[in-house]
Design a protein around this ligand. Structure first.
Ligand code: ARG
Length: 472
């Protein structure tokens, strides 16, 4: 999010709804009720929606053209004040909607008081917030795209580097580093599509004009405001329009899933950069030192991504719990939607930026990865496959034969199947040849897995090309 949607703090002001009250609210009442410190970030959307609303009121003859002209000019000036940092935000005025409206009236007088005709803060906040979430979702998608480009480039540089592939965190089969990195590119693509898709869905219906909850008796033109704000249509049910926040829930769920993927990659970076794995090392810019142990290079950013992913998931859970027990329509509980959503988008942006920085500069250790790939008899499946292919042994039997050979190697302390003398193979299955034994290298193993979507360097190069084409 740009910093310009996060302007400075409140000053003083006056209640806008005080007509039926004789005493001022308690200080703590004001403190619990005021949302301006959070929702001032909606200022841009609030002004945009007010401009559209006023234009519509004038077009329908609900306010005069002169009043509309004053409102339009006044709102533009307020936008300038906020950008310049001279706007005085007031907690007494509760939220961004009342702050802007009060300032408008201060500037242009009576015409400012006509802006709130045929609307309510309920449809106003639903509209503003929806617009904000749509924009933020598209920006989050852009961030993921930038990260994908970096990962594809790193994959391209390492299409045939061999590393162990794991299941159950046990060495399974050799894979290529390029293939491993592209797995995340696929995940982030789905995350991106979900974010963009939810933003498109949110753009379907515009809440503005639903008014407090039941619609309005003024002859408004809801198509006009929906259109001006980039929505396909006005919301077809006013109660749904003011009472629903599933657009924000969807965004948070999407961020939660995407940050889960970021967290898994972060976890791998933590493992890979540990001296025990030594598969990779982080650049200085993305490592931290220890205040006591001079040798340390800590992957703090990766660890924090893991932790922040947990917080983003919790923000989704919190908003979901807030909404799920509310009878229709609006209740003030919904005001808490913004703090959770803003925090998640902020944290997510930071996580993506940090991940991009780490991914771009991570240095991989070819030898360590290759060596680890050969350990744990990772080419055993290749021997079983050879028995099936060349000797027409049924796979289940081939599995059994290979298992016995692995057990022999283990008993003899030979760490790689390819290093076991041929005679040992032939003790178990006399028809195994030197050619078969020679096939049991990690390179051959990876190269042989050339089915579509497989780990063979040739397949990885194809996928790199496919991604690059998609990015254009
Ligand atoms: N600040 C409020 C929110 O974010 C705006 C809507 C207030 N509506 C009301 N009827 N008090 O939810």
């Amino acid at each position: 999010m740009s910093n310009s949607d996060n302007p400075q703090s409140p000053g003083g002001g006056q209640q806008m709804w005080g007509g039926r009250f004789s005493a001022k609210p308690d200080q703590a009442m004001q403190a619990i009720n005021a949302s301006i410190d959070i929702d001032k970030r909606l200022w841009r959307e609030d002004i945009e929606a007010s401009l559209a609303h006023a234009n519509m009121l004038a077009a329908r003859g609900i306010i005069t053209q002169q009043d509309n002209a004053a409102i339009q000019a006044g709102l533009e000036q307020i936008a300038a004040e906020i950008v310049q940092g001279t706007f005085q935000f007031s907690r007494e005025l509760e939220d961004i909607h009342l702050n802007i409206e009060a300032r408008l009236t201060e500037r242009i007088g009576e015409a400012g008081k006509r802006l709130h005709t045929a609307r309510s803060r309920n449809d106003q906040v639903a509209t503003d917030f929806k617009l904000w979430v749509m924009r933020a979702s598209r920006e989050a998608g852009d961030g993921l795209r930038a990260l994908q480009k970096i990962l594809v480039k790193r994959a391209d540089d390492h299409t045939d580097w061999i590393m162990p592939g794991f299941t159950h965190m046990q060495t399974a089969q050799p894979v290529t580093l390029g293939h491993h990195l592209l797995a995340y590119v696929s995940m982030f693509e789905r995350d991106r599509v979900r974010l963009i898709g939810a933003a498109l869905e949110a753009a379907w219906e515009c809440p503005l004009g639903a008014a407090a909850l039941a619609g309005t008796s003024y002859p408004i033109d809801r198509d006009m405001t929906a259109d001006a704000l980039g929505f396909h249509a006005p919301a077809s049910n006013s109660m749904d329009a003011v009472g629903s926040r599933d657009f924000a829930l969807a965004a948070l769920a999407n961020l939660a899933i995407a940050s889960t993927h970021l967290s898994r990659l972060a976890e791998e970076i933590v493992l890979w950069t540990s001296p025990q794995f030594a598969f990779a090392s982080l650049s200085d810019a993305w490592s931290t030192g220890s205040s006591i142990m001079p040798q340390k290079r800590n992957p703090d950013a990766a660890e924090l991504i893991r932790a922040k992913a947990a917080r983003i998931g919790a923000d989704f859970a919190a908003l979901n719990a807030i909404v799920q027990k509310l009878p229709l329509t609006y209740a003030k509980d919904l005001q808490e939607d913004k703090a959770l959503t803003f925090a998640s988008f902020d944290e997510f942006e930071l996580c993506v930026t940090a991940m991009a920085g780490m991914a771009e500069t991570l240095r991989f250790n070819r030898e360590a990865m290759r060596e680890a790939a050969a350990r744990g008899y990772s080419t055993a499946t290749d021997l079983a496959d050879w028995l099936v292919r060349e000797l027409k042994v049924p796979f289940r039997e081939a599995h059994e034969i290979t298992g016995r050979i692995v057990a022999r190697a283990e008993a003899m302390g030979v760490r790689e199947l390819g290093l076991l003398p041929l005679g040992e193979f032939q003790e178990v299955e006399p028809r195994i040849t030197e050619t078969a034994r020679a096939l049991l290298t990690v390179e051959n193993s990876a190269e042989s897995r050339d089915s579509y979507g497989g780990t063979a360097p040739q397949r990885v190069r194809e996928q790199v090309a496919r991604w690059k084409e998609m990015f254009e």
